[in-house]
Design a protein around this ligand. Structure first.
Ligand SMILES: NC(=O)c1ccc[n+]([C@@H]2O[C@H](COP(=O)([O-])OP(=O)(O)OC[C@H]3O[C@@H](n4cnc5c(N)ncnc54)[C@H](OP(=O)(O)O)[C@@H]3O)[C@@H](O)[C@H]2O)c1
Length: 289
């Protein structure tokens, strides 16, 4: 199977390309700069040239504008990458009969359900970033016949900036930790998601899937678990309400994801989030003892 990965230098892109790619896959890694292939997904000519010349069986589309707060100031920049860029990739994928896997987010939901969201719940994005990601979903569904839309949440991993890594760094530097305790979601290890995506594109029918580690947590619980997994039981974390940590973008207060589609397709659930955090911490400690 020939697979093109966009956004290959990002957190999920690296987990897909460097940590979990099956040996029998012919992998083509693209990013806006610094990957095996330079590809700006907002440039129609470049998208057509790269996709036509590779003629992949599958495109795993990890390229995205992911700065949730900054998107409030520059929504058009975010739309250009997440909606227009995804649409260009979808149109060209369809032209060369490639299947496309688009990565989306729990932030497409508003949190009002107060229970886990499954694939058939109605999106209602609260932020500019979330609106651009939903626009990307719709464009992919409209323009690429063979597509998967994978909604995931609260990603962390060994590559790139993320919450558990920030907590470990802050604890090492002796900083005081105050963490929001009234937002709940599904923390997900990029390595687990990457393995699930390889399984999905090899075995599952097209459509929308929610893929996250099992269970739910607040940011406070995620911080506590990360520190405990690192043996830093004595480092205090102060739980605070989100009103004490104002941010430009509105986020859903309750957005854990569940899946009806995955089990129906025989996809195994990912392990509990607590176990995934423990493995993440052990990898980080091997690299920075
Ligand atoms: N991180 C999360 O918590 C989370 C949660 C739910 C869903 N997701 C979704 O999961 C996917 C992967 O996220 P991630 O955390 O791995 O993001 P990431 O680390 O920001 O990676 C995105 C990659 O796309 C690249 N990119 C940006 N603009 C591009 C363009 N015009 N053309 C080509 N590449 C471009 C980025 O390059 P630069 O770094 O140079 O901009 C980066 O390498 C995204 O679709 C995201 O929306 C993420």
């Amino acid at each position: 199977m020939k697979v093109l990965v966009t956004g290959a230098n990002g957190m999920l892109g690296k987990a897909i390309c460097l940590q979990t790619a099956p040996a029998d896959v012919e992998l083509h890694a693209a990013d806006i700069v610094g990957a095996q292939i330079d590809l700006d997904i907002t440039c129609p000519t470049a998208v057509r040239e790269v996709i036509h010349s590779i003629a992949p069986d599958v495109i795993i589309h990890c390229a995205a504008y992911t700065q949730v707060d900054r998107a409030e100031e520059e929504p058009d920049v975010a739309y250009r990458v997440n909606a227009l860029g995804s649409e260009l990739v979808a149109l060209t994928a369809d032209r060369v009969a490639a299947a496309m896997c688009y990565i989306s987010t729990d932030f497409v939901f508003d949190g009002a359900k107060r229970a886990a969201y499954h694939e058939y719940d109605e999106p209602n994005p609260l932020s500019a970033y979330a609106r651009t990601k939903l626009a990307g979903e719709l464009a992919v569904a409209r323009h690429c016949r063979r597509h998967w839309i994978v909604r995931t949440a609260w990603l962390y991993g060994e590559h790139g900036r993320n919450f558990p890594a920030t907590i470990l760094r802050a604890a090492r530097e002796g900083r005081q930790l105050r963490v929001v305790a009234d937002q709940t979601g599904s923390p997900t290890y990029a390595r687990d998601l990457a393995r699930a995506i390889w399984r999905l594109i090899a075995h599952a029918g097209y459509g929308t899937y929610h893929i996250v580690n099992l269970g739910s947590a607040s940011w406070y619980e995620l911080a506590r678990r990360t520190l405990d997994a690192a043996g830093l039981y004595d480092v205090p974390v102060q739980p605070i309400p989100s009103s004490d940590w104002p941010s430009p973008a509105r986020r859903p207060a309750y957005s854990p994801l569940s899946s009806l589609r995955g089990p129906a397709e025989g996809l195994p659930p990912l392990r509990p989030w607590q176990d995934a955090v423990s493995e993440f911490v052990s990898h980080v400690r091997k690299e920075q003892p």
